[in-house]
Design a protein around this ligand. Structure first.
Ligand code: FAD
Length: 397
């Protein structure tokens, strides 16, 4: 075990809570500062891929994940109109792939942290770095001093702005409708326990079971060239989702039709940035690498960030550790930001020659579409990756 550090984590989302738990287990004095008055996640599902479940198992959460998470048998990519299977790949990696309600994941993380470690109603407004520490200011609360400050404060990160200046997230030209449907309403569809991804011109539709198969989660993504609402999330009308997916396979339309409510998200991302760390402050999760959700990797990469950062802090002095963390994480998350953006084009091809070529490649098991070719992603061990670069022991707990 290295030196025990005082660490401030700004943001109590999946990324912030996961890194706090890892650092606490490593013997650091960690405190999480969340601007909201309570910890909450949006009412929607999240896929916890094997690269993230490996980390979460290491944090002692295997039981909590298995309690409500659903393990799909396969990824199943289908054609929008006739439901034809384009690709069906078994989910078989070193750790489980879970599909969960976000609230269950957040509850598992928060439940593993002592409540005195989480400070709600604390909005970070400023930070000053000294040679031997960082002083953070919070609206309406006393300032605090840390050896290390981690900005896990999401896509509109204040820490990022304070370190590297302003810069808006960009609208990606896609919106997502999300909804959750009681599975019993869909019993007649005899849905298989897979992650189903339906691809069509200018849009795609994803659905999977969550919450012990009691609920079906859907995400309906639609390209549109404008975003005019003031808030980034909004309740939307089921009729709008129905209209957007009119003419799609009956299974898709029935899932949409069985929902009581749906919410609309403008999908934003950021291009990769050259640096995440400055002195004793660094970024993690969406604050560092916001991406389109088309690889289902935003939260997973936030969880990986936490494991790598924790391992780096075992390896040396703080600034060197943060530099190593950035060096290890940046290429990987940049690659995923690019792949996620690329899937917008790949998933949304208009019907025609390019789409037929894509479908033929998928049917032929082309490497470009193979889930097996993603073992670099799903079998990655974010904690031990540090040892291979720095020469530090992989686990000194
Ligand atoms: P956030 O969850 O945004 O948390 C940031 C926290 O910081 C918030 O609680 C916020 O209140 C707090 N905060 C902000 N500013 C301050 C401040 N100044 N002071 C204090 N606190 C502050 N990812 C996956 O891995 N799998 C999926 O299946 C998946 N599906 C997705 C589907 C959709 C439609 C979308 C939009 C995203 C999806 N993602 C998925 C991505 C994933 O949701 C995000 O990448 C992830 O939630 C980011 O977590 P985070 O902790 O970095 O940030």
């Amino acid at each position: 075990m290295g030196e025990s550090l005082s660490v401030g984590v700004v943001g109590g989302g999946i990324g912030g809570l996961a890194v706090a738990l890892g650092l606490l287990r490593d013997g650091h004095d960690v405190h999480v500062y969340e601007q909201a008055g309570r910890l909450s996640e949006v009412g929607a599902g999240v896929q916890v891929s094997p690269n993230a479940s490996r980390v979460l198992h290491g944090l002692g959460l295997a039981g909590a994940l298995a309690a409500t998470g659903v393990q799909p048998l396969a990824w199943h990519q289908r054609r929008w109109e006739d439901g034809r299977t384009l690709l069906r790949a078994p989910v078989a990696f070193a750790f489980p792939h879970y599909q969960m309600h976000r609230a269950d994941l957040l509850r598992a993380l928060a439940g593993a942290l002592p409540s005195e470690r989480i400070h709600l109603g604390h909005r970070l407004t400023g930070l000053v770095q000294h040679v031997d520490g960082v002083r953070a200011r919070f609206a309406g609360s006393p300032p605090a001093r840390f050896d290390v400050l981690v900005g896990a404060d999401g896509i509109h990160s204040s820490v990022r702005r304070l370190l590297f200046g302003p810069g808006d997230a960009r609208f990606t030209g896609c919106v997502a409708y999300r909804g959750i449907v009681p599975a019993e309403r869909l019993r007649h569809l005899d849905l298989e326990v897979t992650a189903q991804i339906w691809m069509g011109p200018g849009r795609h539709f994803v659905h999977y079971f969550i919450s012990g198969r009691r609920l079906v989660n859907f995400v309906a993504v639609v390209e549109q060239d404008h975003w005019t609402r003031e808030s980034w999330t909004d309740r939307a009308r089921i009729a709008d989702v129905r209209a957007a997916f009119a003419g799609w396979h009956p299974q898709v339309r029935e899932i949409i039709g069985a929902a009581d409510e749906t919410y609309l998200w403008a999908l934003l991302d950021r291009p990769p940035i050259p640096r995440w760390s400055d002195g004793r402050v660094t970024l993690l999760g969406d604050a560092a690498h916001a991406m389109l959700p088309f690889m289902a990797q935003g939260a997973a990469q936030a969880v990986e960030d936490g494991a790598t950062l924790t391992a780096c802090l075992r390896a040396g002095d703080v600034t060197a550790a943060l530099a190593l963390y950035e060096r290890l994480r940046l290429p990987r998350t940049s690659r995923l930001q690019e792949m996620s953006a690329g899937n917008k084009t790949r998933f949304h091809l208009p019907d025609g020659p390019a789409q037929r070529e894509r479908d033929a490649q998928m049917a032929a098991g082309s490497r470009a579409w193979s889930f097996n070719a993603l073992d670099w992603l799903y079998d990655h061990d974010a904690a031990t990756s540090v040892g291979s670069v720095s020469g530090a022991p992989a686990d000194r707990r």
